[in-house]
Design a protein around this ligand. Structure first.
Ligand code: IPE
Ligand code: IPE
Ligand code: MG
Length: 224
């Protein structure tokens, strides 16, 4: 059975779910947040150490302002209302991506990271304004500036996921099979699961099914 340390998720399909069921993309984002809470609980139950959630990409700034504001308001409320509970559950919250949001959101995010920094049951990496190409370019630029040798080991030091193992599993919901600039380096050997269901429809049972399937996959890493 494969050990499972790290699950990464591209939480896609909120907008379509919202339009179909409530005639509003934003209602889909609200429903998606309920799935986030369910999946956090299930991750704790499964004793998984790292969970990385793609919540906003560097490309998502192309969306209408109204949708972007709604998303960040949702996040602000989530942090304000839920951070104590996450802290009590021994969860560490880390942001990957560049924090260039409103000063209110930036400080809420910093506060949440600081408060939960020492927690050790589960680390949640929330990918916000995250883009893998930007992350890699930044890492290469640091290597160049410091005149360090270009090696995998040195490059890894400057990735935002530097202290954690690469994802064992990548899940993308929403019936779309692409990576959308997510963890391009770190996913080199991850087992990938594309889910038909939209993110608000995805549930603990679907998640556990994937985990069970993963545990029995033969991971070769080039070997036989
Ligand atoms: C959520 O899904 C992902 C975010 C960027 C918040 P989408 O909003 O991309 O939903 P679809 O793909 O349009 O249905
Ligand atoms: C990927 O979803 C980003 C997040 C889930 C945050 P998108 O819906 O933005 O991806 P594309 O644009 O369809 O590739
Ligand atoms: Mg989408």
């Amino acid at each position: 059975m494969n050990p499972l340390n790290h699950v990464a998720i591209i939480m896609d399909g909120n907008g379509r779910w919202g339009l179909k069921n409530k005639n509003s993309r934003n209602a889909g984002h609200k429903a998606g947040l309920i799935t986030v809470e369910k999946i956090i609980k299930a991750t704790l139950k499964n004793n998984i150490r790292y969970l990385t959630l793609y919540a906003f990409s560097t490309e998502n700034w192309k969306r209408p302002k109204k949708e972007i504001n709604f998303l960040f308001n949702l996040l602000e409320n989530f942090l304000t209302n839920r951070i104590d509970e996450l802290h009590k559950q021994n969860i560490k919250l880390q942001i990957i991506g560049v924090k260039n949001f409103s000063s209110k959101l930036n400080s809420l995010l910093r506060l949440a990271e600081k408060k939960t920094y020492k927690n050790g049951k589960l680390q949640i990496n929330l990918a916000l304004n995250y883009g893998s190409k930007f992350e890699l370019m930044s890492a290469f630029k640091i290597l160049k500036k410091k005149k360090e040798k270009i090696s995998e080991k040195n490059l890894r030091k400057y990735l935002q996921t530097k202290d954690i193992p690469d994802p064992d599993i990548l899940i993308r919901t929403g019936n779309t099979k692409r990576l959308s600039n997510f963890l391009l380096w770190q996913l080199a050997y991850s087992e990938i699961f594309f889910e038909r269901k939209l993110w608000p429809e995805f549930n603990e049972k679907d998640y556990n099914k994937i985990i069970k399937k993963f545990k029995n996959i033969k991971r070769n890493y080039g070997n036989i």
